[in-house]
Design a protein around this ligand. Structure first.
Ligand code: DX5
Ligand code: ZN
Length: 219
């Protein structure tokens, strides 16, 4: 089985004691922090923004993978770079000028990601796949943690993997939503490179051990 990166989602962490969860992730086998920014417009929920991310960055020791679920993401790309994002994903559905957004993200020193809602055909990325560092495939409808995985995602992963291989691109496939210890193996087998896990990690009795188990599946 190929290696997969594990990205615990902070959305399911304890917001009253974030430092403890940051330290847990620092000391775990996790690879990235996944940070979900929601604006109450693109998705029916509001989370946190630049100040919270900047504060966390001071304590965190791993890659910051920031998932923007916001309209007009182009307005805030520079701000998230300053806050400490290493990978910045904008939604396909929120980007009128997606190619330009990717260019701005890279010009600000970050890896460029495109997140796609479950209903959006993966084939729409055909004309810019080489320009995308990470495709964040939503395997739930964005907005909330703890939702059920949408099974159609396996098919989308395989189609996307084929496109990446055929074009010789180095794009990573990230799966976001409903990832569990049960489906992680199948996701990796079909081509997932990064697994986001919120509920699975933070609702478990031993989050660091759950991260270790997810990581072992990908070894
Ligand atoms: C959903 C977010 C996800 C979420 C995943 O809109 O983008 O990152 O935190 O949470 P789980 O793993 O609980 O489905
Ligand atoms: Zn996310």
């Amino acid at each position: 089985m190929p290696m997969a990166l594990i990205a615990p989602s902070i959305l399911s962490a304890n917001f009253l004691n974030m430092e403890a969860d940051i330290n847990m992730i620092n000391n775990s086998e996790a690879d990235w922090f996944h940070l979900d920014v929601m604006d109450g417009r693109f998705v029916p929920n509001i989370t946190f923004g630049m100040p919270v991310i900047a504060a966390m960055k001071a304590k965190a020791k791993k890659t910051f993978d920031v998932h923007l679920m916001i309209v007009e993401p182009e307005k805030y790309i520079e701000g998230f770079a300053k806050a400490g994002a290493d990978v910045l994903s904008v939604h396909y559905e929120a980007s009128t000028h997606l190619h330009r957004n990717l260019q701005i993200i890279k010009a600000n020193g970050m890896k460029a990601g495109v997140a796609m809602n479950p209903h959006t055909p993966i084939e729409l990325l055909a004309d810019l796949i080489e320009d995308i560092d990470v495709v964040c495939l939503m395997s739930v409808n964005p907005g909330f943690g703890g939702q059920k995985f949408i099974e159609r995602t396996y098919h989308k992963i395989r189609t996307l993997k084929q496109m990446i291989v055929e074009r010789g691109a180095s794009t990573l496939i990230e799966i976001d939503g409903g990832v569990t210890l049960q489906n992680a193996g199948l996701l990796i087998k079909d081509g997932a490179d990064v697994l986001v896990a919120g509920n699975t990690v933070f609702s478990s009795p031993d989050p660091a051990d759950t991260i270790k188990k997810l990581k072992e599946i990908g070894k």
